[in-house]
Design a protein around this ligand. Structure first.
Ligand code: SAM
Ligand code: SF4
Length: 327
């Protein structure tokens, strides 16, 4: 493997982390993401296993150390274990993570672990079974929790993503805190982001992460020092809790300063930002299996990365919903 200088943009940000979407299809109907379910549009096939391997090799040359497989719902792909294995065995890649809605977690987690999974992020916006079903359109929270228990037994580092929603936020926070007393997961509260599709939902459900953060600080949660190459999450610990809490607040000032990630969509487009106007099509180079040329193209394109997502100004770029390129 050629190891070039680590990829850096014109604003001094370095990119150690690739989010690789392996499908934009999803079986859930989360109210803020795909409220009417996945709508098929004419497009080519998702990246094949060989194409995903080419992408990972190219990014490893550029200094990427961590790969997250996401979607859509990545577990809809039967070959996900192979995708995990290939990413994990790519020279230069140290950590492989998957973000999933977890709907079949108990039956797949052993195989993901066996194939090299280091970190699992499961999305759970509420620990109330009924409310979970209302948000996602699927009444399967107990099964997902069984899968999380198994991931912890296997020693897989486990994080739970919870989108902050204004209505009923205090009741949900209370339930999450009870759970974290004895459960060693990191719960990451993600502030709801506006996308092209969810403007009305956003207007009625957005809750500032800083409100929850203030409450945590007042009840004894302590901010951990940030690692140099850490992303935008701020992580808190409390001596009375086995779990941790992370806050991801994309509307806060300077959020984009710590951006350390790039995204490739399941159609082989490079997204320099979650909210870019458009993806940059690299499919042909990916299809040719030429990791060196792909790495050179990514390096040439990095100069186009904007300093901010401009979400605060209401910009949602070309991002209709996050299932297209992964959150
Ligand atoms: N389907 C998988 C899942 O739900 O974990 C992976 C893809 S999903 C797009 C990745 C993450 O983005 C999830 O944690 C989801 O809750 C979050 N997400 C989706 N739309 C969002 C939005 N508009 N604002 C904030 N987070 C969002
Ligand atoms: Fe599917 Fe994830 Fe979007 Fe929910 S957030 S609809 S699980 S892609």
């Amino acid at each position: 493997m050629k190891q070039n200088e680590i990829l850096e943009d014109g604003h001094g940000r370095r990119f150690y982390y690739l989010r690789l979407s392996v499908t934009d299809v999803c079986n859930f109907r989360c109210g803020y993401c795909l409220p009417d379910g996945y709508q098929a549009t004419p497009k080519g096939p998702d990246l094949s296993v060989a194409e995903a391997a080419t992408v990972t090799r190219a990014f490893a040359q550029l200094g990427t150390r961590k790969v997250r497989l996401t979607g859509g719902e990545p577990s809809l792909r039967k070959d996900l274990p192979e995708l995990i294995h290939n990413a994990k065995t790519t020279p230069g890649i140290r950590r492989v993570a998957v973000t999933s809605n977890g709907y079949k977690l108990p039956s797949v987690i052993d195989s993901w672990h066996h194939n090299g999974l280091d970190q699992l992020n499961i999305s759970i916006d509420s620990l109330d079974d009924r409310e979970f079903a209302e948000i996602t359109g699927h009444d399967c929270l107990p099964k997902i929790r069984t899968g999380i228990d198994r991931a912890l037994e296997l020693g897989v580092q486990t994080k739970v993503n919870a989108v902050l929603l204004s209505d009923g936020a205090q009741a949900r926070l209370h339930q999450f805190l009870n759970w974290l007393k004895t459960t060693p997961v990191t719960l990451r509260f993600i502030e709801l982001m506006q996308t092209g599709d969810n403007r009305n939902y956003f207007a009625s459900n957005h809750l500032r992460g800083s409100d929850i953060e203030q409450q945590l600080i007042e009840t004894g949660w302590q901010l951990l020092p940030r690692a140099l190459d850490a992303g935008p999450a701020r992580e808190y610990v409390h001596p009375d809790y086995a779990g941790r809490i992370g806050l991801i607040t994309p509307y806060s000032k300077d959020f984009c300063n710590s951006c350390n990630r790039l995204r490739i969509s399941a159609q082989g487009k490079l997204h320099l930002c979650l909210f870019s106007d458009t993806g940059l099509d690299l499919r042909e180079t990916i299809r040719n299996g030429d990791a060196d040329t792909l790495a050179a193209k990514v390096r040439a394109l990095i100069g186009n990365k904007e300093v901010s997502h401009y979400l605060q100004q209401g910009n949602t770029g070309g991002t209709q919903n996050l299932s297209i390129i992964g959150g």
